[in-house]
Design a protein around this ligand. Sequence first.
Ligand SMILES: O=C(O)C1=C[C@@H](OP(=O)(O)O)[C@@H](O)[C@H](O)C1
Ligand SMILES: C=C(OP(=O)(O)O)C(=O)O
Length: 447
Amino acid sequence: MTISSATKPLTVSFLQTPLKGKINVPGDKSISHRALMFAALATGESHITGLLEGEDVMQTAAAMQALGAKPTRIAEGEWHVVGKGIGQLTEPDDVLNMGNSGTSARLLSGILASHGFLSIMTGDGSLRKRPMNRVTIPLSETGACFATRHAGKLPMAIMGTSKATPIGYRLPVASAQVKSAILLAGLNAHGITWVEEPVATRDHTENMLRHFGVKVLVEDLPEGGKKISLKGPVTLQGKDIKVPGDPSSATFMLVAASMIQGSEVCIENVGLNPLRTGAFEVLKWMGIDLQILNERVEGGEPVGDLMIKAGALKAVDVPASHAPSMIDEYPILSIAAAYAEGITRFRGLEELRVKESDRFTSIVEMLRGNGVQVDIEGDDLIIHGTAGNIPGGGVVSTHMDHRLAMSASILGLVAQKGIKVDDVTFIRTSFPNYFPLMNALGAKFDV
Ligand SMILES: O=C(O)C1=C[C@@H](OP(=O)(O)O)[C@@H](O)[C@H](O)C1
Ligand SMILES: C=C(OP(=O)(O)O)C(=O)O
C-alpha cells in the first residue's frame, strides 16, 4: 500500500451555527481488526459487513494477505475472507508494515508467536516509539523468540514456534491488546492458556472467538477483574460478521454537538459494548441530554442509536477505574472539560502516555496552548473549565495521532479565536470520512 506522507494543516474558525442531522459512523476499529484476523485463522470462508476501511485496518488486511489468507473487498465495508486454518499461515516474503496501528502490531505478534516461521515487523514513526515489550515478554514464554530494537521497540523479528507452550499471565497494565495477544498465541498451543486482568478491558476478542466456535471461559476474580482461559489447539469456523459503528468515533460528534448551542444530532447503529461506553456515561454525568434508543444485539454485540442535544456542561471527577472503558476518548473529553463550568479531574491516565502520541502530554499542550489552565498531579489531569469561553488562537501539534487531530478540530469550532492544527492526515487511520460527515452536520471545515 502506498501512503502519501504530505502533511495537511487545517485552520478552524469558531462555528456560529448548530450541528444538525442523522449520520452513521464507520465500523468499529477494534472489531474490524479482529474480524480480519480471525477470519484468516478460520477454516472456510467468512463474510464481513460494516468493516472499517481506515488505514489501520487496511494494514491488518495487507498483513493477513502477506501471511497467505485471502481477504477480498466486495463493496464498501463488505469483505470476503478465505481462511487458512489455525497454525496454517505461511511465512511472509517481506517485512510486515503495521503503519500507525498498535492493535495490528500487538495482536499479530500473538498470532505469529505460535507459527513456526520468521516474520519481521515495523511501523511508522509513531508506532516505532510504542512499547512492544508488553507483548514480547509474556509471549516469549511460548518458546517464540523476539528480537526488538532497544527498549522493546519496532522493528522486531519474530521467530515463532509451531510447538508453542500455553502460558498463564496476569496483566501488569490494563490492556486489551496484551490480553488478546496472549489468547491468540494460545489458539495454536497444546493446553490451557489463561490471562488475568485486574480491571476488565474491552472483550471483543473473547466475544468474537466464541462467535467463531471457540470455547472461552471467563470468570470474575474475587478481588475484581477477570480470568479468561481457553484450551488449544482450537478450530475456528468461518462466519458472517456484522461490525457495528465505532463508539470511539461517535464520541467526537457527541462532544461537538453537546457544546455547540442549538445542536441536535442522531448517530445510528453505534456499538454499545459496556466495556467501551465509559465516555457516554461521563457525558451524562456532565449533564448532557444523551439518549440511547432502539437498543438491540447485532452480530453478538449490543448496538443502538444515540440522540444528543446541546446543553450546559459541568465539571466531573472520573475515577481511574473508569479509564479502560474510555481510554481512547480522553483527548476529546478533555475538550468537553475545557468547555464545561468547573474543574474536571481525570484520574489514573498513565496508559495515555503509550498511545499514538504521549496523549497525556499532547492534551496538556493542546489545552494550555489555547488558553485553558491545566494542572498535573501524578497521572491525573486537572482541567479548569472556561464555562464556554475557550480563548483559542493557538496551533495544535498532533504528533501523528488521529484522535488528537480530531479533538483539535472540534476545539477550533468552540474556541473564540479558532485554532490551527498542524496536520490532519492521520485521521484516515480510524475515521476516513470524518470531515465529510462533520460537514454534513454543518461543521463547515475548510478541507
Ligand atoms: O484491543 C484493542 O482493539 C484496543 C485496545 C486499547 O489499547 P490497549 O490495549 O493498549 O489499552 C485501545 O487503546 C486501542 O485503540 C484498541
Ligand atoms: C490507541 C489507538 O489505537 P492503536 O493502539 O491500535 O494504535 C487508538 O485508536 O486510539
